[in-house]
Write a protein that binds this ligand. Structure first.
Ligand code: ADP
Ligand code: ZN
Length: 514
């Protein structure tokens, strides 16, 4: 195994989990491999065929993804092709039947449409594994469900006795069990690697006004380009893609663009230019997605908050695949969330809408926390972090000073208590700031509350930042009611209020600017 690794790939050692998976495959065991992007999953199915001299079948969702892989493998002297393009399929198929490939890629549709005679010939020639890449696409719980993947559920019967290998970079428990069930995996070895991409820096910038937003973005990109390497800017809308590429052009930076409304050829051309370093910046929607295996992307900027932390992890993870220090910035304004909430309205079922809202709330929390971003992200993906501070995110590097916020926290919690869980955050903040808005007088005579106007010295954004802190520290809870977000007091918050009223509350220290 080591000799093959050295000879074909030029690496001197396997990563520990790779060795474990490869050995299991060679023993004929089914494997589920869940590890972060860039951790080297593909090696797990690339090495066994070379060890045993049989063909490995790999199902993959996109032609472009397969093309890139085939090209890279061929350069290493590994015999490889893909099925899924009508022009070349018949020759490839014939060669495959006589066992001429080390690795044969195909789309799930293709895998299911191949005649049984193909599979029996291939079996005779020798197959050593059946791998399903991007396996989370099989589950509706994943963030990237693809109906074609469901076709694979009968495949076990076509290829009995062969190790099935499912690989993915995202798999919450539900997705994992879907993968195992759909593929009918037998007592699989489940290998869960770390999601921690230690070479990536995580940071967030908040902007009050979109105009400033754009200027800063252009400035940041040009600063970064000076140091070499490429940048991907992810936008939420096609309009933003166009605006940003225009602003970049005005600043003398040529950028490729990529979104779903471009025709196939222009998308492929754009992709090519970027991969070949003929443009340094790619401005795109998330349509520029899977299969961007470009090792030297140094920076991924999200212009606008992504719809979930899972997708943020995936998208930001497209930088630094070569292990060299790279940065992930997220730029957002508060209205990002307001608009996104509207999209939920279009979703079919209530469960789905609630799921969308919850994902969005987690993403928003990521934006507003004052503690380690990496730990928050890893925690969300189900991984415990080693230490409280990673030292490689904006909050760890530039930690805000800690202050005694007992008085302010008391005001905010007491005010939220008076709202009795009926409102979102704006109402209590408006009360504290002594707002003259009509709603104050109309509802429950909020302007007569003893707390009314006691928090004028701070801006409403400041109060909202404090609320985020209190949420992440468990004093407040966010809830969804009839598709509105409401804010309430947790048991811990109640306890705090009670002891504060009896004057026996130890100081509540939070990282806030006072
Ligand atoms: P994934 O599919 O998990 O996103 P890849 O298989 O594309 O990751 O691998 C990511 C990078 O890590 C590639 O550049 C690959 O060459 C490199 N890599 C994989 N395994 C090893 C190894 N054992 N030693 C050094 N580099 C490796
Ligand atoms: Zn950190």
């Amino acid at each position: 195994m080591e000799a093959i690794l050295k000879r074909y790939f030029g690496f001197s050692a396997f990563r520990p989990y790779q060795k474990e998976v490869i050995q299991a495959i060679l023993r004929g065991k089914d494997c589920l491999v869940v590890t972060g992007t860039g951790s080297g999953k593909s090696l797990c199915y690339q090495v066994p065929p070379l060890v045993v001299g049989k063909t490995g079948i790999v199902v993959s969702p996109l032609i472009s993804l397969m093309q890139d892989q085939v090209m890279a493998l061929k350069q290493r002297g590994i015999k490889s092709e893909y099925l899924g393009s009508t022009q070349t399929d018949s020759t490839v198929q014939a060669k495959a039947e006589s066992g001429q490939y080390n690795i044969l890629f195909m789309t799930p549709e293709k895998a299911c449409s191949l005649p049984l005679s193909f599979w029996s010939k291939l079996k005779k020639a020798g197959i050593c594994l059946f791998a399903v890449d991007e396996a989370h696409c099989i589950s509706e719980w994943g963030h990237n469900f693809r109906a074609e993947y469901e076709l694979l559920d009968d495949f076990r019967d076509v290829l009995p006795g062969l190790p099935f290998v499912a690989l993915t970079a995202t798999a919450p428990e539900k997705v994992r069990s879907d993968i195992i069930n759909y593929l009918k995996m037998k007592d699989p070895q489940v290998t869960i690697g770390s999601f921690d991409r230690t070479n990536l820096f995580y940071g967030v910038k908040f902007f009050k006004r979109p105009r400033l937003f754009m200027n800063e973005l252009v400035l940041d990109i040009s600063k970064y380009l000076a140091s070499g390497g490429s940048t991907i800017v992810y936008c939420r809308t096609i309009k933003a893609v166009e605006q940003i590429s225009k602003s970049l052009k005005e600043a003398g930076i040529s950028a490729g663009i990529y979104h779903a409304q471009m025709d196939k050829e222009s998308r492929a051309e754009s992709h090519r230019l970027f991969i070949r370093d003929e443009v340094q910046v790619m401005v795109a929607t998330v349509a520029f997605g899977m299969g961007i295996d470009k090792p030297n992307v140094r920076q991924v900027i999200h212009y606008g908050c992504p719809k979930s932390l899972e997708s943020y992890y995936q998208e930001s993870g497209r930088c630094g695949r070569d292990g060299i220090a790279s940065v992930c910035w997220l730029y957002y304004t508060r209205s990002d969330f307001a608009k996104a909430e509207l999209y939920c309205g279009e979703s079919p079922t209530e469960n789905k809408r609630t799921a969308i809202m919850e994902s969005l709330m987690a993403a928003q929390r990521y934006c507003s926390i004052a503690t380690c971003r990496r730990n928050f992200l890893l925690g969300y993906l189900g991984e415990k972090s080693q230490s409280e501070k990673c030292g490689n995110c904006d909050n760890c590097i530039d930690s805000k000073k800690e202050h005694d916020m007992s008085k302010e926290a008391f005001l905010l919690l007491a005010c939220i208590q008076s709202c009795r869980g009926k409102w979102g955050l704006n109402m209590p903040v408006d009360i504290l700031r002594g707002s003259r808005a009509k709603k104050m007088m109309r509802y429950d005579q909020f302007d007569k509350l003893p707390l009314y106007g006691l928090g004028r010295e701070y801006s409403s954004n400041w109060w909202k930042a404090l609320a985020s802190q209190l949420i992440s520290n468990g004093y407040l809870t966010e809830n969804i009611r009839d598709f509105y977000r409401t804010i309430g007091i947790s048991a811990k918050g109640e306890k705090f209020l009670n002891s504060a009223r009896q004057d026996c509350q130890p100081p509540l220290v939070l990282p806030m600017t006072s």
